[in-house]
Design a protein around this ligand. Structure first.
Ligand code: OAD
Length: 366
C-alpha cells in the first residue's frame, strides 16, 4: 500500500470517528476521566459494576430474578435446589418477642435513655465511656438480659432454612441469643456484635459465665473480677471501639462470595462493618430485604461513581434487577415466604414443638 492510499485510509477513519463521536456520546474517545476511573476500578479491583451490556463476569451467565418481588424470590429458591442462603438480621426480628430495637422512633432504645444522662445515646455501648462509667450500661443490662424472651416466627423461619439444608450462615447483630434459643446450631451462627452468653474481665481477661454476671447485674452491682480484684467484668458484647469477633472476619470472607441468595431482616443497616456485608455477595446474587422500611440503599455518590455499594431497588438502574424490598413486619414477611414456598405446615409444626419444649424447660427451672 503506498503513501497516498494510507493517507486516504486515515482520512476515512478520521471522518468515521468524527461521525461516531458526534452520534454516540458514550464513545470511548468521549470518556470522561471519571468514566475511565470507573472502568479501571471495575476491571482491576472489581469494586464497581459496569453497565449490564459491558459485564464480562459471571453475571451474564447466571440467572437472576425473573420477577422483582417476593414471588420472584420464591421462584428462584424453588428453581435452585441447593440454593445457599445467607440471612442477616438486626433487632427488628426480636421486637415481637418484646425486645426493643435501637432506632425506631419513640419505641427504639436510643430514644429512651434520657434518665442515664449520656453525652449521646450510643455512649451506653461505647468502650471509652464504659471504662469511665460502667453504671448506665449495667442498669440497662438489667432490662436487656436475655431472660424469658421467646424466639419469633422470624427466628424459626431461619431455623427451618437450616433444617432444609439451605442455610449457608446466619449473621446477626443481636445480642439477645434468641437464635440459639430457637435451636440454630452455633456453627451456622455468626454473632457479629458478640453475645451476653459469656463475659471477660477488662483488666486480666478472666472469663465469666452468663449466670455469674446475671446474679451481679440483678443485684444492681457492677460485676468486679474475682481473679484480679480490680477489673470490671463486661459481657462479650461488641462495643463501639472494639473489634468484631475473629469468626466474623474469617467466615464473612469465605461465605459471602458463595451465597446464592441474601435475606436481610429487621436492621437499619447503619452500623459498620455489618451493614456493608450486603456488598460482599456476587453481583448476580439476589438480595431480599424484609423490613418495616427501605434501608441500606445505594447513595447518590456511589450511584454517580457506579460503585457497587448498597441495595438498588430501582430495577431500571444499571445495577438493579436483583434487589427486592418486602416492606412490613418481619414475622409476617417470613410467614408469607414460608407459605409461598409451601412450608407453612412445617414451620407451624416446628414452632409448636419448640415452644412446648421451651415451656417444659421453664417449668423444670421453676
Ligand atoms: P435498629 O434499631 O437500628 O434497626 C431496626 C430496623 O428494623 C429498623 O429499620 C426498623 O424499622 C426495623 N424493624 C423494627 N421492628 C420491626 C419488625 N417487627 N418488623 C420489621 N422491621 C422492623 O437495629 P439494628 O439494625 O439491629 O450495636 O442496629 C444495629 C446495631 O446498632 C445494634 O447491633 C447495636 C446498635 O448500636 C451495638 O450495640 C454494637
Amino acid at each position: 500500500m503506498d503513501k497516498e492510499t494510507k493517507e486516504e485510509g486515515r482520512d476515512d477513519n478520521l471522518n468515521e470517528e468524527k461521525q461516531n463521536a458526534s452520534s454516540e456520546s458514550s464513545d470511548v474517545e468521549d470518556c470522561s476521566e471519571m468514566e475511565r476511573l470507573r472502568r479501571y476500578l471495575a476491571q482491576k479491583l472489581r469494586l464497581v459494576d459496569l453497565p449490564a451490556g459491558e459485564q464480562s463476569d459471571e453475571s451474564q451467565l447466571q440467572p437472576t430474578l425473573r420477577k422483582l418481588s417476593l414471588d420472584g424470590i420464591v421462584e428462584y429458591i424453588k428453581e435452585n435446589e441447593n440454593c445457599k442462603i445467607i440471612t442477616m438480621a438486626g433487632a427488628g426480628i426480636s421486637t415481637s418477642a418484646g425486645i426493643p430495637d435501637f432506632r425506631s422512633p419513640s419505641s427504639g432504645l436510643y430514644h429512651k435513655l434520657d434518665k442515664y444522662n449520656l453525652p449521646h445515646p450510643q455512649a451506653i455501648f461505647e468502650l471509652e465511656f464504659f471504662m469511665k462509667n460502667p453504671e448506665p450500661f449495667f442498669t440497662l443490662a438489667r432490662e436487656l438480659l436475655p431472660e424469658g424472651f421467646k424466639p419469633t416466627i422470624s427466628h424459626y423461619f431461619i431455623r427451618l432454612l437450616w433444617e432444609k439444608g439451605l442455610l449457608l450462615r446466619h449473621y446477626t447483630q443481636n445480642i439477645d441469643t434468641l437464635e440459639r434459643v430457637a435451636g440454630l446450631p452455633s456453627e451456622k451462627l455468626v454473632e457479629a456484635h458478640g453475645t451476653f452468653h459469656t463475659g471477660h474481665c477488662l483488666k486480666c481477661r478472666a472469663p465469666y459465665t452468663l449466670p455469674w454476671m446475671k446474679e451481679k447485674i440483678i443485684e444492681g452491682a457492677i460485676p468486679k473480677c474475682e481473679e484480679c480484684d480490680e477489673g470490671v467484668v463486661k459481657p462479650d458484647i461488641v462495643f463501639f471501639g472494639e473489634m468484631l469477633p475473629e469468626r466474623f472476619q474469617v467466615l464473612a470472607d469465605r461465605d459471602f462470595v458463595e451465597a446464592d441468595l441474601l435475606i436481610i431482616m429487621g436492621s437499619s443497616l447503619v452500623v459498620q462493618p455489618f451493614a456493608s456485608l450486603v456488598d460482599r455477595v456476587r453481583t448476580t446474587c439476589p438480595r431480599l430485604l424484609i423490613n418495616n422500611e427501605k434501608v441500606g440503599m445505594q447513595d447518590r455518590l456511589s450511584r454517580f461513581l457506579g460503585l457497587r455499594q448498597g441495595l438498588v431497588f430501582d430495577a431500571k438502574s444499571a445495577h438493579g434487577g436483583r434487589d427486592v424490598a418486602w416492606l412490613g413486619d418481619c414475622d409476617t414477611g417470613c410467614q408469607l415466604l414460608a407459605d409461598k414456598l409451601g412450608w407453612r405446615d412445617e414451620l407451624q409444626a416446628l414452632m409448636q414443638r419448640e415452644r412446648e419444649s421451651l415451656k417444659a424447660e421453664d417449668k423444670s427451672d421453676n
